[in-house]
Design a protein around this ligand. Structure first.
Ligand code: PLP
Length: 310
């Protein structure tokens, strides 16, 4: 059998999930309806990419997951090494060379009548599905269209800690609808203080007066964001991590979004107006190239052994 035939015959080709110690095709994966991850968003999770058969910064993602769990007083029932093996197991079985790989730790399923989160036993779920693009790869060289939301503010960090990767997406989803209503593809949300935060699944960077700026608080500290800051540092590009007022964004020469789901995604228009000359700028495109190059670098990646499965 060729690799392609084997993949066509693979029941996990559309994705592989891990639940309760078992690997199963993602379409068959079910969660218990009373899990507080589902009914209370009481969880943390992380998403890591596999590109050309290699995990990108897997241990950094797992470190963030475990740090997030500690912040919400959630003790994963498995070790970091065990969850790492499960994630590798989902990818290996799926045979996917480009994958979006998620691990979720929930507070768990309460006994009847129990509402005290301390009395629950946490649970782990995991899956690998084909890679997800927030901005389609073929569109990235043209750039995407974003708005700064007017009717939606980011949930304040004093209510939901955005450094703990979470499913409290009410504001982000509302922002998406506002973006569609205004003819754009994606929203960037300001916080209550008017400072730029982030958007649904991505961080924000702006090149303003020769400095690459990104919000310093009120955001998830993205692994892609970290990678971009490192690349900029290596290139001698000044980076400022701190307050980013919405007004400053309108005078950016370049604007781009970063996420594990799509990488470094240039922005063409902001609130219907061109950013720079309305095309992705040279700084964004160079960082984007470097970002993808790193996906082949053994210092940042872990090669998946697909064995018989692939
Ligand atoms: N901000 C939010 C709200 C996210 O959900 C994500 C996740 O994808 C990001 C930013 C980007 O983080 P990362 O680069 O680690 O994928």
């Amino acid at each position: 059998m060729t690799g392609q035939d084997a993949q066509a015959a693979n029941p996990f080709a559309a994705g592989c999930a891990w639940i309760d110690g078992q690997y199963l095709p993602v379409a068959e994966a079910r969660i218990p309806i009373l899990d507080t991850g589902f009914v209370r968003s009481d969880l943390s999770y992380d998403v890591v990419a596999v590109w050309e058969g290699r995990f990108f910064r897997l241990d950094d993602h797992l470190d963030r997951l475990f740090a997030g769990c500690r912040r919400i007083r959630l003790t994963p029932p498995l070790t970091q090494a065990e969850i790492r093996e499960i994630l590798i197991g989902t990818v290996r079985r799926s045979g996917l060379r480009e994958a979006y790989v998620e691990a979720i730790v929930t507070r768990g399923v309460p006994e009847p009548g129990v509402r005290d989160p301390r009395r629950l036993t946490p649970r782990v779920y995991a899956y690998a599905i084909p890679y997800v693009w927030i901005v389609p790869s073929e569109q990235q060289p043209r750039g995407t269209d974003v708005v700064i939301t007017r009717g939606t503010r980011r949930i304040p960090p004093t209510a939901v800690d955005p450094t703990v990767k979470n499913f409290h997406w009410g504001d982000l989803t509302r922002g998406l609808f506002e973006a569609y209503d205004r003819g754009a593809a994606l929203p960037i949300l300001p916080g209550e203080d008017g400072l730029i935060t982030e958007g649904p699944g991505f961080n924000v960077f702006a090149l303003i007066d020769g400095v690459l700026r990104t919000p310093g608080h009120g955001v998830l500290e993205g692994i892609t964001r970290r990678t971009v800051i490192e690349i900029a540092g290596q290139d001698g590009l000044p980076v400022a991590v701190g307050d980013l007022p919405a007004d400053d964004l309108y005078r950016a020469a370049e604007l781009f979004l970063t996420s594990t789901a799509g990488g470094v995604m240039p922005v063409a228009t902001l609130d219907g107006q061109p950013v720079g000359d309305g095309r992705p700028g040279p700084v964004a495109m160079k960082i984007r190239d470097r970002y993808w190059e790193l996906h082949r670098d053994p210092r940042y990646t872990l090669e998946v052994d697909y064995g018989e499965a692939g």
